[in-house]
Design a protein around this ligand. Structure first.
Ligand code: ADP
Length: 221
């Protein structure tokens, strides 16, 4: 029996999923599973998966469903997720992935949140986004941290993400509309979708998320 929560966070690139999922993970004590982070770690380690994913990611494309489904299945079988549940960030990204997730576990997800931020605003946010080359921590160039060059967590260099070029951003947002947005309807049809406004100060957005999740989640038997 799952003791925590099974949560999927959908939303455009730059909607703030990474930050909010980190906080939600602490709040509900469930692992934050980010496929983007998993793939970037594989790229850094130079594994077979990393080599395959790098080119696709830099071009703003999507890694194949079979590969992604395998990664998530393995991750969900680990003890923390098997016992507590999950907060999925970046998966599912296609209806095929959502169907595979449905087949992996008898129950869940409890709630699917659409963290909603308009396209024009996420383009602004992503253009300003900087990340640590080593640990992936996010820094936004609009904040006081703009001038920061060294990561406060690990001392790594702060750089523009390889896939945060204007061409790749637009390509990813187009793919979001064509491949991922249909998931909103998919989960809405199943009575699981909750839309949360992602515009505003991050701590306000977090409060909205917790309120919405707590009122929408169905208790596990
Ligand atoms: P973003 O949301 O800004 O695209 P992520 O860190 O979530 O950033 O993902 C980075 C890249 O990793 C994606 O553009 C895509 O190439 C790949 N990726 C991540 N998750 C998936 C997935 N579920 N299916 C296919 N490709 C994925």
């Amino acid at each position: 029996m799952i003791q925590g929560i099974q949560l999927i966070i959908l939303g455009r690139q730059g909607a703030g999923k990474g930050t909010q999922c980190g906080w939600l993970s602490n709040h509900y004590v469930v692992p934050h599973i980010s496929t983007g982070d998993i793939l970037r770690a594989a790229v850094k380690e130079g594994t077979t998966l990393g080599k395959l994913a790098k080119e696709i990611m830099d071009a703003g494309g999507l890694v194949g469903d079979d590969v992604m489904i395998g990664i998530i299945e393995e991750r969900l079988n680990r003890p923390d997720a098997a016992r507590r549940g999950y907060i999925l960030d970046g998966f599912p990204r296609t209806v095929a992935q959502a169907e595979a997730l449905g087949a992996m576990r008898e129950k869940g997800p409890d709630v699917v949140v659409d963290l909603d931020v308009p396209r024009e605003l996420v383009i602004e946010r992503i253009s300003a986004r900087r990340v640590c080359r080593d640990c992936g921590s996010n820094y936004t160039a609009m904040a006081a941290e703009a001038a920061r060059e060294i990561c406060e967590r690990c001392g790594g260099d702060i750089v523009l993400r390889d896939d945060d070029t204007p061409e790749a951003i637009n390509q990813r947002l187009d793919l979001y509309e064509s491949q991922t947005a249909p998931l909103l309807e998919y989960y809405d049809d199943r009575g699981l979708l909750a839309v949360v406004n992602g515009v505003g100060p991050p701590n306000r957005v977090f409060e909205r998320l917790v309120t919405t999740i707590d009122s929408a989640r169905r208790p596990h038997p």
